[in-house]
Design a binder for this molecule. Structure first.
Ligand SMILES: Cc1cc2nc3c(=O)[nH]c(=O)nc-3n(C[C@H](O)[C@H](O)[C@H](O)COP(=O)(O)O)c2cc1C
Ligand code: SF4
Length: 426
């Protein structure tokens, strides 16, 4: 993906042919950020992360420096750090690559973040379907412990970090931070009400810093090269780079590190080489299953948190899936509804019933048995699900439905059985 000769422009020095070993990582400057961070006050480290403008890459884009400070300032006999490596969003494969190719940079980031937050215990919560990354992380943790970069009195300092790996059991919902906490505590992996936020009351009620793999992997580079370097990447609105998992009907599928400010058009046509020979882009799904459908004439929008929020495009975990003209939009949307129906915990009615009804209605469309009334019902249930669901799963499950009604309405109409639209009585 990246060329390490140009590594001043990159945060993640992936080389897909290379599975970095600890010695090579050290030779390339690895652990120098940890060494310098441990010599600084915790507040200084937090200040640098704040200045960098780093935002969480797990989906919610919350500023990392503020989260670190919240945990640092919270009262607690113990504090925890959790690295969220659940990576359940369909179409996302960036965390897997980080763990298999540059595990040391991730572990260095976890350790620096733990030091800044004041957390001396932590977990790497890794999805069950990732046996290879889990093995690689187990090995890397062992190596770091042996080399004095993890464990008791790291590099001779007063700071210690005990890091354990926890395997999820395959639930998408357990990527949500409160469900994840419940799952580690041995409870049912269901979301809990917020506040209190994990920063105040997380694992077993102790203040807990929860960050995504990609977020934490940014941290060593911010400390090593400085926040000014980091803010020079990207735009005024969004600093740094973003890992994009590009897949679907595009020539060069894969993982790309792109600076914020790159347009989705560039991501698909320049990084991805455009649609497959003889085909055209019909829609692009941005943000994974919980993301939106975007038509080709809106791909000029640039990858930036502010712009995307204004344009109602969900960056989410950075999954970009291209659909060419051969794809059926309803088929795509129905697939996602079935996915969410399977993953919903059933705790709240709008999500549980909304998805069940959406599934039935979409089947009617696909069998050409639907009516205009069914379209109106599907839109209404989608709105209720988005507005009234308890957690992010139900709230986001309607994103692709909503954008499909807006941009691809004709596809619904074409599947309505032969009847006139119902007369609207004022
Ligand atoms: C249904 C659902 C699933 C989620 N899955 C993940 C996931 O797989 N990985 C992840 O890092 N965050 C996931 N999140 C977001 C987490 O709740 C949390 O915001 C994130 O781990 C915080 O890390 P960050 O600040 O680095 O983004 C999910 C959220 C929801 C609502
Ligand atoms: S929105 Fe869905 S997944 Fe979330 S609590 Fe409600 S039923 Fe469970």
């Amino acid at each position: 993906m990246n060329n390490s000769a140009q590594n001043d422009k990159y945060v993640f020095n992936f080389n897909f042919d290379e599975y970095l070993d600890i010695e090579t990582y050290k030779q390339r400057g690895g652990f120098s950020a940890l060494e310098s961070a441990l010599k600084e006050e915790q507040d200084n480290v937090i200040k640098k992360i704040k200045q960098s403008g780093l935002k969480g890459r797990g989906g919610a884009a919350f500023p990392s420096g503020i989260k670190l400070e919240m945990v640092n300032r919270a009262e607690g006999a113990e504090k925890y750090i959790i690295c969220n490596a659940d990576e359940g969003e369909p179409g996302t494969f960036k965390d897997r690559f980080i763990m298999t190719h540059i595990p040391y940079q991730l572990l260095e980031g976890i350790t620096i973040a733990a030091y800044a937050a004041g957390a001396e215990k932590g977990f790497l919560y890794i999805r069950h379907e990732y046996p290879k990354p889990r093995k690689r992380m187990e090995q890397a943790i062992k190596e770091l412990e042996e080399a004095g970069y993890l464990g008791k009195n790291i590099l001779g300092s007063n700071f210690s970090l005990e890091l354990q790996i926890f395997s999820g059991a395959g639930s998408y919902l357990c990527g949500e931070e409160t469900a994840l906490l419940a799952s580690i505590e041995g409870k049912k992996g269901r979301p809990q009400i917020k506040p209190p936020f994990p920063t105040q009351s997380g694992y077993k009620g102790f203040p807990t810093l929860i960050h995504n793999v990609e977020t934490l992997t940014n941290i060593p580079k911010i400390i090593e090269k400085g926040p000014e370097w980091y803010t020079s990447l990207g735009t005024d609105d969004s600093h740094g780079t973003k890992l994009i998992s590009l897949s679907g009907d595009v020539k060069n599928r894969g993982l790309y590190e792109v600076p914020f400010g790159t347009s989705f058009h560039e991501i698909i046509y320049e990084y991805g080489g455009g649609p497959l020979e003889g085909h055209t882009v019909k829609a692009v799904n941005i943000g994974g299953a919980s993301g939106v459908l975007v038509p080709p004439d809106r791909l000029h929008v640039s990858l930036e948190y502010g712009t995307c929020a204004e344009e109602e495009i969900t960056i989410g975990s950075g999954a970009v899936f291209v659909l060419d003209e051969r794809r059926d939009i309803l088929d795509n949307v129905h697939n996602r509804v079935r996915f969410f129906l399977h993953e919903s915990c059933g705790k709240c009615t709008p999500c549980r019933e909304g998805l069940r009804q959406a599934n039935i209605l979409l089947e009617r469309f696909r069998n050409a048995e639907a009516s205009y009334n069914d379209l109106e019902k599907l839109e209404r249930y989608t709105r209720v699900m988005q507005d009234a669901s308890f957690c992010g799963l139900g709230q986001a499950a309607g994103n692709s439905l909503k954008t499909s009604f807006h941009y691809y309405r004709d596809e619904y109409i074409s599947k309505i059985r032969n009847e006139e639209p119902a007369e609207v009585i004022a």
